[in-house]
Write a protein that binds this ligand. Structure first.
Ligand code: ADP
Ligand code: ADP
Length: 226
């Protein structure tokens, strides 16, 4: 059995002009440790699918099983990250990173140690006592990446996490993400509309088509990683 199994997932939004089918019968399996990209033009349902995986949106139909359990309540084994990350501006970087662990009731001392390790891992060593407003967009996404890893989720759900950054910073962040992924063995589902990025990052690419959003095909990427 796959770590994540979607079976005939559909999503219909109620809109002012009537029902809008954002996902139509999408089925797939994702194995533990895989790096998957969701690719397709704007509006094809990538964010919708990711939000359903993360429990932010309810599916209209179909089944979703995660690690053998039907996926209804919020799950601490999932972590999500978006294109722009909301950081608490009145809290230091360290406090921002520790927050999810504290909310989940994890050991505070352990979270503090882990926080410093994570800031190291994302290249923010020495920035723990700064405030978000003092950091560039790229550095804020590094904070968000550290925060994503803070409660050690098994699955990382990332919606164009570096899409708002300049090309150079984005490539740097993509390389760092791959390094972290290789080191931690996490399962990643990564949304992008950039095919080059998906090929660079992924084991497999799920290609989606718009209106209604369908899974058009799955591409196995068989390229050596840097
Ligand atoms: P993508 O991430 O591929 O750009 P989305 O999942 O954001 O696609 O959107 C898929 C379709 O669903 C689009 O037509 C979009 O307008 C619509 N949609 C997304 N979210 C909502 C919502 N909350 N209410 C109504 N329609 C939505
Ligand atoms: P485009 O179609 O926008 O010219 P490319 O196919 O050259 O794009 O690459 C698109 C994206 O893929 C880059 O912005 C980057 O995110 C990622 N990428 C491609 N090659 C590399 C690389 N060698 N190192 C890091 N990221 C890469």
């Amino acid at each position: 059995q796959s770590l994540i199994e979607g079976n005939r997932l559909s999503k219909v939004y109620a809109t002012a002009t009537g029902p809008l089918v954002a996902l139509d019968n999408v089925s797939f399996g994702i194995e533990e440790g895989e790096f998957i990209s969701l690719v397709g033009p704007s509006g094809c349902g990538k964010s919708t699918l990711l939000s359903i995986l993360g429990g932010l949106e309810e599916k209209s139909d179909g089944t979703l099983v995660l690690a053998g359990k039907h996926h209804d309540a919020p799950r601490p084994d999932l972590g999500m990250m978006f294109q722009t990350s909301v950081l608490f501006s009145w809290r230091t970087i360290r406090e921002n990173v520790k927050l999810p662990g504290i909310i989940l009731g994890l050991d505070r001392k352990q979270q503090a140690e882990r926080c410093d390790e994570l800031l190291d891992m994302v290249g923010l060593n020495g920035f723990g006592d700064r405030y978000p407003d003092e950091l560039s967009g790229g550095m804020r996404q590094r904070v968000a990446l550290a925060r994503l890893l803070a409660h050690d989720p098994r699955v990382l759900l990332m919606d164009e996490p570096f899409g708002a950054l300049d090309e150079f910073t984005r490539e740097t962040m993509n390389n760092e993400l791959l390094r972290i992924w290789e080191k931690t063995g996490k399962t990643v589902v990564f949304v992008t509309h950039n095919v080059g990025e998906a090929v660079f990052l992924s084991d497999r690419i799920f290609v989606m088509t718009p209106r209604p959003g369908r899974l058009e095909g799955i591409i196995d990427v068989d390229l050596p990683r840097p």
